[in-house]
Design a protein around this ligand. Structure first.
Ligand SMILES: [Zn+2]
Length: 234
């Protein structure tokens, strides 16, 4: 039996042995999946079992708000694709100086920045992201009746966003690769935390009032989020 199965992009290591014949799928605290089964269960049977758990897995991962993915790496060469607000842009290495920018449908990386291209691309997501988010945050804040302080786009490790008692709202730069609909979900979710710190029923009620289809967006986020770039170049 192969030691690792896959559910879409998710890796699922299989552990065999133990007393129970019934397969058991668990999600660890860090969002990793593990499948336990008796030695004599056929791989096909386990695959089917796993497939039947798809919805459950994505729902759970969305609840945990963790990202579980095979890391996506980029090559900083002409034609490499980068997502911004749900659209794909090809990278173009250009002679000369200047800043990273979108120009006629291309994401332009000046050659003077190429040696540290990754950092410059991430800085570009942060810069554009902060500008794009400002009016967005304002309008969701109104709907949620909260008054956020500073909005920052930063590297938040494996969290999409964070909000704290100091009213500072932070959004991961990688979030800006998602469609506006899903970025809005992250924004509204974090703003809702300014009213309810924890993910109890009150929290989801606050969010649902401002964003009735939040649940669907949350599920999409768990799926699409797994395919984003979080830094890392070849
Ligand atoms: Zn949350």
């Amino acid at each position: 039996m192969s030691a690792v199965l896959h559910l879409d992009d998710l890796r699922v290591p299989v552990e065999t042995g133990g007393g129970s014949r019934k397969a058991r799928l668990t999600i660890e605290a860090d969002g990793s999946l593990r499948l336990r089964a008796a030695e004599d269960v056929a791989t096909d049977e386990l695959r089917q079992f796993l497939a039947s758990k798809r919805e459950w897995v994505y729902r759970k991962l969305a609840e945990k708000e963790v990202l579980q993915h095979e890391p996506v790496t980029k090559e900083l060469v002409d034609g490499e694709g980068f997502l911004y607000l749900g659209r794909s842009y090809r990278l173009k290495l250009a002679e000369g100086a200047g800043a990273v920018r979108l120009d006629r449908g291309r994401l332009v990386l000046p050659s003077s920045l190429a040696p540290t291209g990754e950092a410059h691309l991430i800085a570009w997501y942060q810069r554009c992201g902060e500008m794009w988010l400002r009016p967005r945050v304002r309008s969701w804040a109104e709907r949620l009746r909260v008054e956020p302080g500073v909005i920052e786009v930063a590297d938040l490790g494996h969290r999409w966003g964070s909000a704290n008692g100091g009213r500072r709202v932070r959004i991961h730069w990688a979030t800006l690769q998602l469609s506006p609909q899903l970025v809005d979900y992250v924004v509204a979710h974090e703003l809702a935390h300014l009213r309810e710190a924890h993910h109890g029923p009150a929290f989801w009620q606050v969010l649902a009032r401002a964003m009735p289809d939040y649940d669907e967006r949350k599920r999409k986020l768990a799926q699409r989020g797994a395919r984003l770039w979080f830094g890392g170049t070849l």
